[in-house]
Design a protein around this ligand. Structure first.
Ligand code: PAF
Length: 297
């Protein structure tokens, strides 16, 4: 009698292999969840994976630093790449498959089609500071949803605008994929987990805490009854000014349309993007829904 040992996670290297794996899962009556990532996995990613494992029969995590979503002069080259430790973490969680394509496997030719995220959604906030970024995100996410044939795809709400983009993309392209947006995960000092936190020097890391600190101030004001978006933005700005952060934007928006509001209601989001030294960080807080970040000192 031969024993078949299946090494987990199965490693898939190109979109065809991903599609064939997914079709086998479906043929066996199983649902598939995908967690798209760029690797350098942290507890934020792992929370998405855990949610996917709880809700889907089979889970694939994609690890691909997507050149199409980086602009000239951005950090594509130096973006952290840690595939060995990523695989270890995913093995520990019992993930079924990992999709780890090369750039050539994902983009064997200059893509002959483009996706453009239309209107304000693609050109405000992150889109204004990173022109073309969401078109690149849309392209790779569309490819991942098509080849994985997943029932569900998991994203983190730190990238709140991205979450709206991919939710609307999945619907607009009739993918049938349910996009599941999960809460921001924070480090013990309150900083939202991000692969880019690895760029911060110790002193910059301390200064970066002004972001969750400011969001905590705004959340407390909101909980005490403040509804003026300008006052909530002012609280975050004051915190960032104390550490001389370079602010790209601080705004209170409707969570679905991402349009700025003057009066904040429960579920509206405060979105922040700021540079600490050379590192650009973003964060998001859902007023009245998310716990205020707990920042020491
Ligand atoms: O959020 C990310 O890590 C990336 O933008 C994503 C969704 C994996 C697409 O490359």
């Amino acid at each position: 009698m031969s024993t078949r040992i299946t090494e987990r996670p199965i490693r898939l290297d190109d979109p065809d292999a991903l599609r064939r794996w997914s079709l086998r899962c479906h043929a066996a009556g199983m649902t598939v969840g995908i967690v798209p990532t760029m690797g350098a996995l942290h507890a934020g990613h792992l929370s998405l994976v855990e949610r996917a494992l709880a809700e889907c029969d089979r889970v694939v995590v994609s690890i691909f630093v997507n050149p199409a979503q980086f602009g000239p002069g951005e950090d594509f080259e130096r973006y952290p790449r840690t595939p060995d430790s990523d695989l270890e973490l995913l093995r520990g969680l019992g993930v079924h498959a990992v999709f780890l394509p090369t750039v050539a496997a994902m983009y064997p030719e200059t893509p002959p089609v483009r996706l453009q995220v239309a209107g304000d959604l693609g050109t405000t906030l992150e889109g204004a500071h990173r022109p073309g970024h969401f078109d690149g995100v849309a392209l790779v996410v569309a490819k991942l949803l098509i080849s994985s044939r997943a029932e569900r795809a998991y994203f983190g709400n730190k990238d709140a605008q991205q979450s709206v983009v991919v939710t609307r993309l999945a619907r607009a392209l009739d993918t049938g994929v349910q996009v599941v947006v999960c809460p921001v995960v924070r480090d013990r000092d309150g900083l939202a987990l991000s692969s880019r936190n690895a760029y911060l020097e110790a002193d910059e890391r301390r200064r970066a805490l002004a972001i969750p600190g400011g969001l905590a101030d705004a959340a407390r004001l909101f909980d005490a009854g403040e509804r003026s978006a300008a006052a909530l933005v002012g609280a975050v700005r004051a915190s960032l000014d104390r550490v001389a952060a370079e602010i790209d934007y601080i705004t209170v928006v409707d969570a679905v349309s991402l349009q700025p509001v003057e009066k904040a209601g429960a579920g509206c989001e405060i979105l922040v993007a700021a540079r600490i030294g050379r590192t650009r960080l973003i964060d998001a807080l859902r007023l009245g829904l998310d716990d205020a970040p707990v920042v020491p000192g």
